[in-house]
Ligand binder design. Structure first.
Ligand code: FE2
Ligand code: FE2
Ligand code: FE2
Length: 279
């Protein structure tokens, strides 16, 4: 089987993982604080690791990891319905991995997919268990319908954070320089924290987080990537700063200032990397 064909199959798997991450995070955030929400977030983190392994394999094969978000099974009237959708999404994933394990002949890649499949089987069991648990414990959708300047600001932040998570992950996968790779991955993880904080704040404030992203920079040269990343960091640091000054709620103000400080740090890290890259 030629490399391009394997890359195409692994990109299908990546897209599935991407959809799963967003579906599960949406469910976890919508349930508010609690044990089950934490467990679902932990599953979403495992899907992110799968995405990471698949992306690294694709790059080794000379391909580019897809950023397309695969199918999600949203909707449902209750938390138990959401958990049923999560069971079904795991089944979609399991079927796809089984098919790809059969088609791909490279033993190392087969082994990786087998490893991921065993996680999906375990998630499948977890979500089946969560269907019962949601019914027993009367788990609820705690999101509200608040729509004002604060929820607009939070959704702006969520959209930005999701965009840079994808952008920095992509840059970390395709950059050749080891330090750049490491920093991009670290900062992508930091942006995931920001996304989580903003989404939790949104739900706590009676809003409904919308996890959508805008255009991702697809530069292929390291210096171009860093320039794009610095540019976006400067814009958002200024925006978080402006917003922090404007909001009245002291906790939200503190949160925005904390994120702003991280973004300033990112700007500085990326600027140093660009200097090194150009010297
Ligand atoms: Fe899974
Ligand atoms: Fe951020
Ligand atoms: Fe940042």
């Amino acid at each position: 089987m030629d490399k391009d064909k394997i890359v195409a199959l692994l990109n299908q798997d990546i897209e599935g993982e991407h959809g799963a991450v967003i579906q599960y995070l949406t469910h976890a955030y919508a349930m508010g604080e609690g044990e089950m929400a934490c467990e679902i977030e932990a599953i979403a983190r495992e899907e992110m690791r799968h995405l990471d392994w698949l992306a690294e394999t694709i790059v080794e094969l000379g391909g580019v990891p897809s950023l397309v978000r695969g199918k999600m099974r949203m909707g449902g009237e209750s938390v138990a319905d959401w958990m049923r959708n999560d069971v079904l999404l795991e089944e979609d994933g399991m079927n796809l991995y089984r098919e790809h394990i059969k088609t791909i002949d490279d033993p190392e890649i087969k082994r990786l997919l087998q490893r991921i499949l065993s996680d999906e089987e375990s998630h499948h069991g977890d979500f089946q268990h969560f269907v019962d648990k949601a019914q027993r414990k009367g788990a609820k959708d705690v999101r509200g319908s608040r729509q004002d300047k604060v929820t607009q600001l939070l959704n702006w932040g969520i959209e930005h954070e999701y965009t840079v998570i994808l952008q920095y992950l992509l840059h970390s996968y395709i950059a050749k320089n080891r330090e750049v790779k490491k920093q991009m991955e670290d900062q992508a993880i930091n942006e995931m924290q920001h996304l989580g904080w903003l989404a939790e704040e949104m739900v706590g404030d009676g809003g409904n987080p919308k996890i959508e992203h805008t255009e991702v920079d697809r530069s292929t040269e390291t210096a171009d990537m860093l320039r794009a990343d610095i540019k976006i960091e400067k814009v958002v640091a200024a925006e978080y700063d402006r917003a922090a000054k404007e909001v009245k709620d002291p906790d939200l103000k503190k949160l925005l200032q904390r994120i702003r400080d991280h973004e300033i740090y990112h700007t500085e890290v990326f600027t140093d990397l660009l200097k090194e890259e150009q010297s």
